[in-house]
Design a protein around this ligand. Sequence first.
Ligand SMILES: Nc1ncnc2c1ncn2[C@@H]1O[C@H](COP(=O)(O)OP(=O)(O)OP(=O)(O)O)[C@@H](O)[C@H]1O
Length: 262
Amino acid sequence: MMSEHSDVIIEVQDLHATVEDTEILKGVNLQVKAGEIHAVMGLNGSGKSTFAKVLAGHPDYEVTSGQMLFRGQDLTAMEPHERAATGVFLAFQYPLEIPGVSNRDFLRVAYNAHRRARGEEEIDVFDFDDLIEECLDIVKMDISFLDRSVNEGFSGGEKKRNEILQMALLQPTLAILDETDSGLDIDALKTVAHGVNQLAGPDNAMVVITHYQRMLNYIVPAYVHVMADGRIVKTGTKELAQELESRGYEWILQEADVEVTA
Ligand SMILES: Nc1ncnc2c1ncn2[C@@H]1O[C@H](COP(=O)(O)OP(=O)(O)OP(=O)(O)O)[C@@H](O)[C@H]1O
């Protein structure tokens, strides 16, 4: 049925990827539809961050087979900046610091680059300031952060908020949040989750990589996936995250017949 296909934001089929000739992703399958939030969980080293980076087009990773279709468009053939411009956003586990570049300038340049890529006119400094203030409100971030260098000297929680600020500004169609909860105190976690919930809508989708069930008390996913040894080996609803919290991962690994050596 046409309508069934048209609301698929990302379709990953049997995706294999290597880093320095070592295969890390060994056949990932995932379909995310518009309006859905998916959580990806799994043991350390199972390939979650690799999956996020491969989606975003990190140059260290090579896709050796399989497909990533973003609204039917093959991402593999696209450069990272083209993926970003078409609406794929990755919030990093460890956001980069850019000394000497103010957060305000960085965000304005990024925003205008997206507009240009969409064939829209750039907006001027004044309109940008109005827009960014609305976004600051969503993440409850103080305006003074705009005049500091990008992420320089930001605390872990402030960096994460800054990532959500970028997301609020760029309004991606697919947002991938990699361990956005790591190092967040409970108030910052709630603020980030609130930002994510405010930005989640019927026309976009989010993939949230997390270790903690507690994040999913605030961001309610439609599906929870468990990754092991470079594949998604189990999919459930939010109750699966609660089960993982109490039972750990061993039973899933046994069920999926996955050996973990690390
Ligand atoms: N650049 C690289 N060079 C060599 N090995 C790598 C590289 N990047 C990732 N790997 C390996 O790939 C595997 C998967 O790593 P990845 O970071 O994707 O796991 P993860 O599930 O996100 O783990 P964590 O929960 O600890 O963040 C690990 O064994 C890691 O050492």
